[in-house]
Ligand binder design. Sequence first.
Ligand code: 5GP
Length: 123
Amino acid sequence: MSWTYDPTNIFARILRGEIPNKTVMETPHTLVFHDIHPQAPVHVLVIPKGAYVSLDHFSAEATEAEIVDFHRTVAKVCAILGLSGEEGFRAIANAGANGHQEVPHYHLHILGGRPLGRMLERV
Ligand code: 5GP
């Protein structure tokens, strides 16, 4: 499988500093910022700084350092935002057309602060 990364996507522009963002935390490989249209009291996006289109692209081709850094950052941000206890949270990674991915740079949504309902609508 090969992935084609579009460097004009909005998160690439955020990473280049062309568009402002509300940063929660940043590491050498990972950036966490608030979603511009939050769907819960807490709604942040965790993104790798590397050029990866989707979760499967990141998981296949990112370095071990990038993958470890990304997931350690998820843990830190959950703690910072008070999501790590019993109340919990939801993590969502949309990919491609069926996943309804809007921005083609891998991002993990972290949502919490209210009951989030069923994982998927029943159709
Ligand atoms: P997707 O549907 O690709 O999984 O989610 C993309 C997310 O990016 C949406 O929740 C949307 O609100 C968010 N988003 C789109 N453009 C911007 C932006 O310019 N800044 C921020 N902070 N979030 C954005």
